[in-house]
Design a protein. Structure first.
Length: 249
């Protein structure tokens, strides 16, 4: 049985709480956050606190808060030899605590959107092999995909994730807006979105690139630019077109 305390109640933390409370051989020891109201959903089933000094030892502390709050929070934990890990994709393995680790679920999380943890890659790092084994057991309790990942590899993955998730989602938002402006249901594009993701996951994405940019269809490109009313959208379209063409020369 691994005892686990989760510090945070945001997007990542809320999903970790939910999945670990149903995992075998895992016990949630405590849930901590600074705001009492954020603990209300968990008070009936878990030991909760807003007092950092009220934290008690556990096998692992998982810090799932904003990146810029992680170091400050670690510094406030006054439990000798406590194994403390964070969930950040971009921050390196911390060296503030005596025992440090990383427990990074590579997925996009929204509080009220269900996710299947069994398919989420868990990227792990620890100071020692013994602590890594604890993280590995913890990860295998919720996921079928567990990977040892160095800080530099994780930073690269996080940057890649921004491109394939955050930026792509913003492009979806632009597409949705253009559809709405012209009274076209956005769902007409769903099959295209699914097929694009499928092809990119089964092939080298560069090899399955399609569209007017790679064809150098200048007339269509000019037509598209004329349809865009927002200068920033014109810039995005032009920059992405140039990038596609330069990458495929």
């Amino acid at each position: 049985m691994i005892s686990l305390s989760i510090l945070g109640t945001g997007n990542v933390a809320s999903h970790l709480i939910k999945v670990f409370q149903n995992a075998e051989n895992i016990k949630i020891n405590q849930i901590y956050t600074r705001t009492e109201a954020n603990l209300l959903p968990y008070k009936k089933e878990h030991n909760t606190t807003t007092n950092i000094d009220a934290l008690t030892p556990a096998d692992v502390f998982i810090i799932a808060v904003k990146d810029d709050a992680i170091t400050n929070l670690i510094e406030k934990i006054n439990i000798p030899n406590q194994f403390i890990v964070h969930t950040s994709g971009s921050l390196p393995l911390q060296t503030i605590a005596n025992r440090n680790g990383v427990f990074y679920p590579l997925q996009t999380f929204s509080k009220h959107t269900e996710v299947d943890f069994t398919s989420i890659p868990m990227c792990l790092e620890a100071d020692t092999q013994a602590d890594y084994k604890i993280l590995e057991e913890l990860a295998h309790a919720i996921s079928d995909k567990v990977f040892p990942t160095s800080s530099s590899q994780r930073k690269s993955l996080h940057l890649s994730a921004v491109f394939v998730c955050n930026f792509v989602n913003h492009l979806y938002a632009i597409g949705n807006e253009l559809c709405a402006e012209n009274n076209v249901p956005f769902e007409v594009l769903y099959a295209l979105m699914e097929e694009t993701t499928k092809k990119a996951s089964l092939n080298a994405p560069k090899k399955v690139q399609t569209g007017p940019a790679i064809r150098h269809d200048e007339e269509t490109i000019r037509q598209h630019l004329s349809q865009l009313n927002k200068p920033i959208y014109k810039e995005i379209y032009t920059l992405l077109t140039q990038s596609i063409q330069a990458t495929n020369e």
